[in-house]
Design a binder for this molecule. Structure first.
Ligand code: AMP
Length: 418
C-alpha cells in the first residue's frame, strides 16, 4: 500500500509554533487598542446560514457568486463565514443588542473562508480583525472607526500606506448616479469588457473598479459620484473629511473607490500599502446603513472595517518589523541522576509559582545534551543539579548569555529571578 500523506487544503495554512508568537502579539495589540477605544469584543460561529451571507454580502458580489464554501446537512444550509459584517449584524438583530443602549461599538478577530485562487496575500482561510459600530450615523463614528484601524498600523510601525476614501452615496444619490453612469457608458457598451457588460444593468458602479484593460479609458473619464450626492450625503462626506484632517490622518479622495459589497452606503474607504505587491489592500470598510434592516432588524445605521492579518504580517516582513521577541525560557533545570531529576520536576512548579518560566529535559538525556537543549530553547539560565548539590542545598545557576555561574539556595534563585 502506498504511504498516505496528508496536507492542508490549498490556500489554507497551519500557524506553526515559530509563528504563533507574532499572532499573539498582534492580537494583544488589537485587544489593548480596542480597550482604549472602548470597543467590545464579539465572537460569532464559524458557520452561518447560507441565506444570511447571500443576503448580507450581496448576490452580485464575487464572494457570494464564486467564493463561498457552503454545504447542506439535514435541512440546514451552512456556509463558512467569508466575512464578519453580516454575522455581527445578524447577532445584533438576533440578540436585540440595541437594547443595551447607545451605539454598539464591537470588534472581532478570527478566521474567514473564501474559495479564491490562492496567491501571495490571498488565501482560502485567512484572518481578519475589524470593527462594527452599529447605531450611529454620525461622521464621528466613521472617523473613530478609521482612527482605530490606523492606530493598529501606527503602533506596529507600518507608516507607509495610502488611505483612500470616497462616498458611495445613499440610495437616492446612487440611483441618480447609476443612471448618469449608464448614460455615459451606453454609447461604448460593445467595447466594454464582458464582465463590465454583465454589471452594466444591475451594478454599473462596480465597473469603476474593473481591472480589465479595455475598460480603463472609459473609467478614466467617467462622471464621479461626488457630483451627484444629495445634500445629506454630501454634508456627511464633508464632515468625515474635515474630522480626518483635524485628527491629522492623511487621505486621498478616490472617486473610483466603490468596494465589493452591495450594502455600503456613503463612506467607503480602503487602506493600501506599497510594501505588499499585487494584493496591496491592508484593510477596507465603510458605512452600511441599509444592512441591519436588510437582515430583519429596525433601520439602523452602521459603519465598520475589516483588515487582513496575513497582509499585515507580509508588510511587517517587508519592513523588517519583528512583532514578537524570539522565544526564551527563564530557567532550564539540568539534572544528573534520578534524585536530581525528581527534585527538578518538583521544583518547576515552585519557580513557575513566582512567575519564572521553567522547563527541563523530557527525554532522559546526558548533562551535555541537556546543556545543548537549554541553548536551543534559548534559556536565560540553567539550574544545574546533581547529588552533591542536593546534599548541600545549593545549586549552580548559570547565566547562559554571560557564561557566568554562581551557587545559590533555591530561595536565593527565586529571589534573584522573580
Ligand atoms: P474585504 O472583506 O474583502 O473587504 O477584505 C478586507 C481585508 O481582508 C482586505 O483588505 C485584505 O487585507 C483581507 N483579505 C481579503 N480577502 C483575503 C484573502 N483571500 N486572503 C488574505 N487576506 C484577505
Amino acid at each position: 500500500m502506498p504511504k498516505l500523506t496528508y496536507t492542508t487544503h490549498l490556500g489554507m495554512f497551519d500557524i506553526l509554533p515559530d509563528e504563533s508568537p507574532k499572532w499573539r502579539a498582534l492580537e494583544n495589540i488589537i485587544h489593548e487598542e480596542a480597550a482604549k477605544f472602548n470597543f467590545e469584543e464579539i465572537r460569532t460561529p464559524i458557520l452561518e446560514q447560507t441565506e444570511l451571507i447571500k443576503r448580507g454580502v450581496g448576490q452580485l458580489t464575487d464572494i457570494v457568486a464564486k467564493e463561498i464554501f457552503a454545504f447542506t446537512k439535514g435541512d440546514s444550509n451552512y456556509v463558512l463565514r467569508p466575512e464578519l459584517t453580516a454575522p455581527v449584524v445578524r447577532s445584533f438583530v438576533e440578540h436585540h443588542l440595541d437594547q443595551r443602549g447607545g451605539s454598539q461599538k464591537l470588534y472581532y478577530i478570527g478566521p474567514m473562508f473564501r474559495a479564491e485562487r490562492p496567491q501571495k496575500g490571498r488565501q482560502r482561510q485567512f484572518h481578519q480583525f475589524g470593527v462594527e459600530i452599529i447605531g450611529s450615523d454620525d461622521p464621528v463614528a466613521d472617523v473613530e472607526c478609521i482612527a482605530f484601524m490606523m492606530q493598529i498600523y501606527r503602533r506596529i510601525g507600518i507608516k507607509n500606506f495610502d488611505l483612500k476614501i470616497n462616498s458611495v452615496g445613499d440610495p437616492e444619490s446612487r440611483e441618480k448616479y447609476k443612471s448618469v453612469l449608464r448614460d455615459y457608458l451606453k454609447p461604448n457598451f460593445e467595447e466594454l469588457s464582458e464582465l463590465s457588460q454583465k454589471r452594466f444593468e444591475k451594478n454599473p458602479m462596480r465597473i469603476l473598479d474593473s481591472k480589465e484593460p479595455e475598460d480603463q479609458e472609459f473609467i478614466k473619464n467617467a462622471p464621479v459620484i461626488r457630483d451627484y450626492l444629495n445634500e445629506d450625503s454630501s454634508n456627511h462626506f464633508e464632515l468625515v473629511c474635515e474630522y480626518l484632517n483635524k485628527l491629522e490622518i492623511d487621505f486621498t479622495i478616490d472617486p473610483l473607490l466603490v468596494r465589493g459589497m452591495d450594502y455600503y452606503t456613503r463612506t467607503a474607504f480602503e487602506l493600501t500599502s506599497p510594501d505588499l505587491g499585487s494584493q496591496d489592500a491592508l484593510a477596507g470598510g465603510g458605512r452600511y446603513d441599509l444592512l441591519v434592516e436588510e437582515i430583519g432588524g429596525q433601520p439602523t445605521p452602521a459603519v465598520g472595517f475589516a483588515a487582513g492579518m496575513e497582509r499585515l504580517f507580509i508588510a511587517c516582513e517587508e519592513l523588517d518589523i519583528a512583532l514578537a521577541p524570539p522565544k526564551e525560557v527563564d530557567v532550564y533545570i539540568v539534572t544528573l541522576g534520578g534524585a536530581a531529576r525528581t527534585w527538578g520536576l518538583t521544583t518547576l512548579p515552585k519557580l513557575r509559582e513566582h512567575g519564572i518560566s521553567a522547563t527541563m529535559d523530557y527525554l532522559g538525556r546526558s548533562m551535555r545534551a541537556q546543556m545543548k537543549d537549554a541553548n536551543r530553547e534559548n534559556a536565560n539560565y540553567t539550574l544545574i543539579v546533581g547529588d552533591n548539590e542536593l546534599e548541600k542545598g545549593e545549586f549552580t545557576l548559570r547565566n547562559m548569555k554571560e557564561s557566568e555561574e554562581d551557587s545559590f539556595t533555591l530561595d536565593g534563585i527565586i529571589a534573584k529571578l522573580a
